[in-house]
Structures are given as structure tokens and as C-alpha cells.
Design a protein around this ligand. Sequence first.
Ligand SMILES: [Zn+2]
Length: 410
Amino acid sequence: MRMPMFMLQYLEDSPELDRLDLQAVLEKLRRALDCLPLRSVLIGWRLPPGWLEACRQVCQQAGVRLLRWHPLLTGDGVFMPRPQWQTLGLDGAPIAGFGGMAEFTFVCPNHPEAAQASLRHVEEICAAGVYDGLFLDRIRFPSPAADPLRHLGCFCPHCVRRAAQEGLDLQEVQQHLRRMTETPQGRVELVGGLLAPAVSNSPQTQALEALIAFRQRSVADFVARAARLAKDSAMEVGLDCFSPALTRMVGQDLTALGGCADWIKIMSYAHTLGPAGLPFELLGLLDALTGGADLPQTDALQLLARALGFALPPDRRTLQNAGLAPQALAEEVRRGVRAAAVPVLAGIELVEIAAVAHLDETGIAADVRAVRQAGAAGVVISWDLLHIPLRRLEILRRVWLEDSSAEREL
Ligand SMILES: [Zn+2]
């Protein structure tokens, strides 16, 4: 059996960190390393003094690589985005971050000052020589799912200029899309077009296609520049990407992104009600269809399922409470593997956070089995060991390592 790539996300920035005891934090890490043959730990970007070195020693002793989990297009406490660097939506206003949070407020990769400041910071991190690699997160445009009429960008002057150099009139695109949002039918086409190319070939759907391709080029170029800095320092590069059905919507092209990384994690969070979680993003689109476009719920769910290419729960409530089936996860992994030439790891949310993720042990085992059989190179334990009961790592070990060896013997 090919050795699975197991990785672990740990210590995301949070005020909670300052209240924790370092010894307890290290003990949990050691116990996770004992439980699973981990290849890498992806460690948070802002740790209390002394913690990084302590975690590094634990990883080193266990022969595990330490990568920095790094938000590239939002702030990390050192790189401080300025309001004027923010992406601009269809209405020309800055696109607010999820919940108004700085860590979910995006700068435009085409803004020269923002780009320079972000890359200079990456350069400093690489030069410090502390990490074995970079795990780049927040490599996208804001998700338009929550409010497709206002959160689809970017139409800032720098994007307009770059698009013009590529032969695209972005202001004309903006006008087409604004017209599209004026009618219920147009809003339906907009939401459908975010997930899959439209069947119709109207100037408006062509404008949306052009914008999507422009966003994908913008993100891929910027990530390539950051990845180059890491490679120049002999560091490995992993990328945190949306689940394949949703990458198009946020400006990610897994094929292009795979070209500048060593591996890709897809955030195939089937049960998460937070940014990048499949139910969260799909509920946003569903509400845009039923609210903004006056579509009955059953029709809206059918439209989404067709565009996504996998089945959805029968109603909004089930999507919210139960999330997606293992078959949908398997389809997402197969797509990721087809799209990217590098290993694709399934990000599985194992956290126990009330009102954010609903999980039970049978469901976790079914999800793990589905992504393994679909060809994932491994699993990234997401999104923070801090909130994960160790028992769930044992499920992962049992289903991936022991079940697959039992299947080989049959
Ligand atoms: Zn822009």
C-alpha cells in the first residue's frame, strides 16, 4: 500500500491560545503523533512566545515536518491589510469579511501594494528558516455564496487595468453582470454560472465566464509568486483549496494551482456551517435562489444538484443539519484528483464545535472510507486538533490503515 499522507492542522490564531497551557498543548500534539503516522503538522501563524520552538522540537523528535499554516490574502497579525486594498464587489463597494472578521477579509491579489506587502512577508517567513514548508490558506477571492449580488469581485482599478492588458473590458463585464442581477431569471443564471458554465451563450453569461477565468488567472499567478519564494528557500508548498465543486466560484483553478505546489488539500467539509464548509456555502446559494430569485426550494435544490453534479439532501433543513453524503465527498475527491497533477488530500473536519460541525463516529468512518476509496492521497485533519477528540484520530487510523490492509487480504 502507498503510504498515506496524513497531516494535521493545529493552533489556528485565536484569543483562546493565550489562555492555554503550553504543556497541555504539547501533550495533545504528542498523543496525536503517537496515534497516527503523520507526515506533517501545519501550525498556526500566530503563536504565543516560545510555542513555535516547543512544537518544532516535538515534531523534530518524531521525524515529522513542520509547515506554517499561512493566510496569504488576509492578515496574519504581521501582514496588516489596509482597507483600500480590499476587493470591490459588483456594486463597487468593498466586500466585507465573513462576520466582519479580519481573518476573512480579503485583499485583492492584483493590488500592487497589497501584493508586494503580502509577498515581502512571505519572504521574511521563508528567510527565518524555522519551517519545512508553507501551507497557503486564503488563496482566493471572497466567496460570493452568501450574497452573490454584492460579494462577487473584484472590480477595483487594478483589476480593471490587469484585465485590459489581457484584452478584457472588466467594466463592461461589471455592467453585464449588474444587469443580470436585475431580474429573477438573471439571478438564477448568475448562481448556476458560479458553479458550472452556463448552457446559454448570452453576453451576460459570457461576461460571467470571462470574470471567472480572470479571477482564476489572478489567484494562480499570485500563488505562484508566493510559492516561488518558498521553493527558492527549499521549502515545500501545500495549498488549502475549496472543494472542487466550489473552486470556480472563488477564483481557484486546481489544475493551475497544482502546477506550483507539492500537494493540494481540498476543504471537503461535508458537515461544516462556516466559511468553505460545503453546507454553509450551498445554503448561501440556495437562499439566493429561493429569496433573491423567487425559486421554490425543490427547484432551487435541483438546480444546484445539477450544477454540482452530485445529489443534495431533499430539503434545506437536512442540508443544514446532516450535511452531505459520503458519495458527494467521494465525487469531490475524484474531481480534485483528475484536476490536479499533484497529490490531493481530503480535508476532513473532525472538530467538535457546537453549531459549526455535526459529526458522529459512524459518519466520520463513512466519510474517511469514501475519500480513501476515491483516491485521496491522504487526509488533512482539519481544521484544528485543538478542538478534536483524539478518539476521532483513532477512527481515521482504523478506517484508513487497518481496513485497507484487510481489504488487500480479501
Ligand atoms: Zn481588484
